[in-house]
Design a protein around this ligand. Sequence first.
Ligand SMILES: [Zn+2]
Length: 399
Amino acid sequence: LSDLGLIENGALGIDVASGTIEYAGRYASLDRALLSGKCITIDASGRVVMPGFIDSHTHLVFGGSRAGEFYRRARGESYQEISSSGGGIIKTVAATRQASEEELFSAASSRLAQLICNGTCTVETKSGYGLDVPSELKILSVNRRLQATAPVTVFSTYLGAHLVPVERRDDRDGYVDFVIDQLREVAQAGLADFYDIFVDPLAFTLPEAQRIVAAGSETHLGLKLHADEFGDDGTTAWGVAAGALSCDHLGGIGEAGIAALAASNTVATLLPATMFFSSHGVYAPARRMIEGGCAIALATDLNPGSSLIYSIPLTMTLAVLEMAMSAEECIVAATINAAHALGIADHTGSLEPGKRADVIVIDAPHYEELPYQVGRDLIRDVIIGGRVIKSNGQMQLPC
Ligand SMILES: [Zn+2]
């Protein structure tokens, strides 16, 4: 986690036609033949060239705004008080149901452009603000349109098991049946790459999650979990046994969960921006997890309620200040480890020949400046799949 494989005076050769990296090594060893023909050169002298960020946990597609409760929470109102007066996830569900697919697509595209501007080259985004047949399908369809149109790589996750909607509260079993049916349909229709379950006393119990996973494991969709966010529910240890690609949040994880993660290929995705933005819950015990041998990833958890944060660099700053992670650990966690959390580490997440050319140039002489300089845009260039999307601080697409 601390080994960046740093190359000083390095050079990177990209085959623009295939969008992949052809050479990654010392500038002095670069085969000059690679530079022949039609060749664009980006001079990154005195700067840092590194893999583009992978944001492996977001809720990018939603309607409405929850700015009001942001201020109410800051004045000390609890999540329960806000929820019982019509705020919280339910407010976003109502606004998302009302919004047209076109409105959701347009808003999500603009959020995505901001993520790219901040150096993110791969994004996972979940449904879960629809919670009925047409609205969940509407969000997943937006996810697919983003995949087709955005320069960034987008992964779609079905999160029908985000919350039991108000109108189904007296029929939890029936709602879980609905999630299972829709999960199968979504998998068949190719609308999702992963599925996710929010296992929490406020959302779904472990036995309910087990029913969903029994059906989900028959599909090709990878499993991700919102796990042990506020307390140790035993979700992580179970999720590892169930073959989850990642367990996310983990503010309340206990020793059994840490030991299970450490002995597995499941990635622990930590979301410090959520703790910061919502002033709610506790930061995950990153140091204990790292020392215990867990594979750590970092993501923004971008969502309208608990983390309207578009920036992996800011997420890194919080990981340093609140979870005592090093700059090196933050960089690995937001690149190659995040690629593992999405099962795509064989073709992205690091600068190696044959991998997708998702590259950012940091406008600073050392990577340590990235989490340290807060609020300054140090992402000078963004190259996604060999295409220059941001150049010299300017987006080449609307930002
Ligand atoms: Zn989330």
